[in-house]
Design a protein around this ligand. Structure first.
Ligand code: 13P
Length: 229
C-alpha cells in the first residue's frame, strides 16, 4: 500500500469515528507505522472530521517532526502511541477514541474482563481497565504497557479506549467490536444481567482464531485485575 493510500485510510477512520459520535471536538488520535522509526499521526487539537491526508504529521520514534504542514504538531498522546510500537513489533497502527458506551464502562470503573459474547471472545478477548493516568504525560504509556503483551484492546480509566492492530483498519475494527459489545453488555445488564460463556467453550473459540485468520494478541481464559499489575 502506498503512503498516500495509508494517509487516506487514516482519514477514513477519523471521519468514521467522528460520524459515529466517538470523538467530540478534538478528541481521539490515530497513528500508523510507515517503516522502522517513521510514523504518521493525526495532528493535535483538530476535529477528526476535518483531517485530510496532507494534515497528518510525519514523525520519528522520538516524536520529532519529520514532515508537517506549518503550525501542525503531533497528537499530544503520541507518547502512548509510540509506547505501543516499542512494546510490540507486530503493531502497525494505534487508535484512541472515546466511544460512549465503552467509555461509560471506563468511567464507571467496570472492566470488560469477561467472556459473554462469541464475536468479542473470538476477536478481542477480555478487555481490562488500565490505571488512571493524566493525558499527554508519560503516566499513560506506563499505565498501558503491562497490558499490551496480551491485549489489543484496553479501556483507559476515566478516559476512553485504545486499540492496536497490524494496520489502521484492523485497529479501528477492534474499536467497533469493543463499542458494540459494550452496548450489548449494557442491554444485557438491563435485561437481568450478562451470562458468561463456559471455560470449555471459550477455549474452543480461542482455538478457532487461526481458522478466521485473526491476528494480534489474546489473553485466553484469564482474569486480570489492575492490582495484580
Ligand atoms: P490530541 O488532539 O492531542 O490528539 O488529543 C486528543 C485527545 O483525545 C486526548 O486524549
Amino acid at each position: 500500500m502506498s503512503e498516500q493510500e495509508i494517509r487516506e485510510q487514516i482519514c477514513d477512520v477519523c471521519h468514521k469515528m467522528w460520524q459515529l459520535g466517538w470523538v467530540a471536538a478534538n478528541d481521539g488520535n490515530v497513528s500508523v507505522k510507515l517503516e522502522e522509526d517513521i510514523y504518521l499521526t493525526t495532528p493535535t487539537g483538530m476535529s477528526k472530521s476535518f483531517i485530510t491526508p496532507e494534515k497528518l504529521v510525519k514523525i520519528n520514534g522520538e516524536g520529532d517532526i519529520l514532515e508537517a504542514l506549518e503550525g501542525l504538531k503531533p497528537s499530544s498522546e503520541i507518547k502512548m502511541h509510540l509506547r505501543c510500537y516499542q512494546e510490540r513489533n507486530d503493531i502497525g497502527a494505534v487508535v484512541h477514541a472515546h466511544p460512549p458506551t465503552a467509555t461509560g464502562f471506563a468511567v464507571a470503573h467496570l472492566d470488560m474482563d469477561r467472556y459473554t459474547m462469541i464475536e468479542s471472545v473470538l476477536t478481542i478477548g477480555s478487555v481490562p481497565i488500565t490505571p488512571y493516568a493524566t493525558p499527554s504525560t508519560y503516566e499513560v504509556p506506563e499505565a498501558i504497557a503491562p497490558y499490551l503483551n496480551e491485549h489489543d484492546v484496553l479501556l483507559l480509566e476515566n478516559h476512553g479506549a485504545l486499540t492496536v492492530g497490524t494496520d489502521v483498519l484492523t485497529a479501528y475494527y477492534r474499536m467497533e467490536t469493543l463499542e458494540l459489545w459494550a452496548k450489548i453488555s449494557l442491554t444485557a445488564h438491563l435485561l437481568g444481567g450478562e451470562k458468561e460463556i463456559s471455560r470449555e467453550n471459550v477455549d474452543r473459540l480461542c482455538s478457532m482464531r487461526k481458522q478466521y485468520n485473526l491476528t494480534g494478541r489474546h489473553p485466553g481464559f484469564k482474569r486480570y485485575r489492575k492490582e495484580d499489575k
